[in-house]
Design a protein around this ligand. Structure first.
Ligand SMILES: [Zn+2]
Ligand SMILES: [Zn+2]
Length: 429
């Protein structure tokens, strides 16, 4: 994939913003594992490398460590037993190791990349990723979600300079991980719809060029949905490309809106509530996929309403707080006091623009039936059971998630029309 082509496409954008990409190298190809040392040299990656992997990613990149040594790199290796959780202890350990290295090569996906991303940023070292599974859209991200105790915080970082992947390894990665990545890309349908609605009702910045860039990446991947469960290199590459590109879209727009909407907030609610009970959540992309199906159903139900009566919202904060519970209330309330983001929206704007909102939903989000068929073709998660979210938590997430962010989404404005997303989902309108 040619990053210069993307730069050219984004140059002189009528939205007025300068769209920049920090990423210098993005290479996904068959057999690329054998060329990692050459590529790192080509991109002038430092000679002293801290290589970080987990047991799985180390196993599937057999020979990489020796290849780097053979090419003259000085390599220190740290292989983690288990990196399901990206925790601060690991970040701090890597920071110490990085002090004697010039750059960090993260081998893997998800949490491995996140601990390396933050450690490299804090030590001001170069950062490259060799991706082993297309499981989530964080590869090109400039922030890292890190867990400390039972709380997860997103830390600002820099993007990697280089992202490399071997399509053979991506294709051979567990079907569950590929399906999770597929789900994280499907989420962008909702993200773009919510973004346009925030622009319409609240004047939030929106860029149609970035929106179209995301739509194109999603469409290319969706066309190969039925190949996802196979060990198919084209499908695995399409997922990986879509994940990196939609990750890049956040940097192009300088906000997370093009890649994350209501579905990500619902997933985040489930995750935080499970962490509260000391339970580690399922893969990010799996949760987001299930939430995308929910939002599609709810939004399409809403889009059938011909008109609405809107007023200032009246939230029962006691009820909301009771559902957030210990440790989550203060953070949530700080986003909603002294006023809420919805207080900034004129109810008449909701009434007058309702037809347009319904149209945006129909334009951007496939029907729940269509999305379900895609998920089934890709063997992606579709139910609360698939992601070990119990029935009560499942429904609570749909109803109470919007208050975790100070962000306008279709779901967030529903109290203005005496509704919530759960009622829309259950078609109780
Ligand atoms: Zn633009
Ligand atoms: Zn995501």
């Amino acid at each position: 994939m040619d990053l210069n082509q993307i730069r050219a496409r984004m140059a002189n954008c009528p939205c007025g913003q300068t769209h920049e990409i920090e990423l210098e190298g993005l290479e996904i190809a068959h057999g690329l594992l054998d060329r990692v040392a050459d590529l790192l040299k080509q991109y002038r990656f430092p000679n002293r490398v801290l290589m970080v992997a987990d047991v799985n990613s180390f196993r599937v990149t057999k020979g990489l460590y020796e290849q780097l040594l053979g090419a003259g790199f000085t390599v220190e290796l740290r292989v983690y037993e288990d990196t399901r959780v990206a925790d601060m202890k690991a970040v701090e350990e890597l920071q110490v190791l990085l002090r004697r290295a010039g750059g960090c090569l993260s081998v893997g996906t998800g949490s491995v990349n996140d601990i390396c991303r933050l450690a490299a940023y804090r030590e001001n070292k170069q950062f490259a990723i060799f991706a082993t599974a297309p499981s989530m859209d964080g590869f090109a991200s400039d922030s890292a979600p890190i867990t400390e105790g039972n709380f997860k915080t997103s830390y600002p970082c820099r993007q990697p300079r280089i992202i490399l992947a071997d399509s053979r390894i991506l294709a051979e990665s567990p079907a569950e991980l590929k399906a999770a990545g597929f789900g994280d890309v499907l989420a962008k349908y909702v993200a773009i719809a919510d973004w346009r609605v925030a622009n319409l009702l609240h004047g939030d910045y929106y860029c149609e060029r970035v929106g179209q860039f995301v739509r194109d990446a999603v469409a290319k991947m969706v066309a190969l949905a039925d190949q996802v469960p196979q060990k198919n290199e084209d499908a695995a590459t399409a997922i990986m490309e879509a994940l990196v590109l939609t990750g890049l879209s956040m940097q192009l727009a300088k906000c997370t809106r093009p890649a994350s909407g209501t579905e990500h907030i619902i997933s985040h609610y489930w995750e935080c509530k499970k962490l509260q009970r000391g339970i580690i959540s399922d893969f990010h992309g799996k949760k987001v996929c299930v939430a995308t199906l929910i939002v599609s159903r709810a939004y399409h139900n809403l889009a059938k309403l011909k008109s609405v009566r809107a007023h200032k919202e009246h939230i029962d904060w006691k009820d909301v707080q009771a559902h957030y519970g210990e440790g989550l209330i203060d953070g949530m309330m700080s986003l909603n006091t002294p006023d809420t983001i919805v207080d900034e929206i004129d109810p008449r704007a909701v009434e007058e623009n309702w037809g347009k909102i319904a149209q945006i939903i129909r334009e951007e989000i496939p029907t729940p039936e269509k999305l379900l068929a895609l998920c089934q073709a890709a063997h992606a998660a579709t139910t609360g059971e698939d992601i070990s979210v119990d029935p009560q938590l499942f429904l609570d997430g749909i109803k109470y998630h919007p208050f975790m962010r100070r962000r306008v989404t279709v779901a967030r404005i529903l109290p203005m029309i005496d509704l919530d997303l759960l009622r829309a989902y259950q078609n109780d309108l």
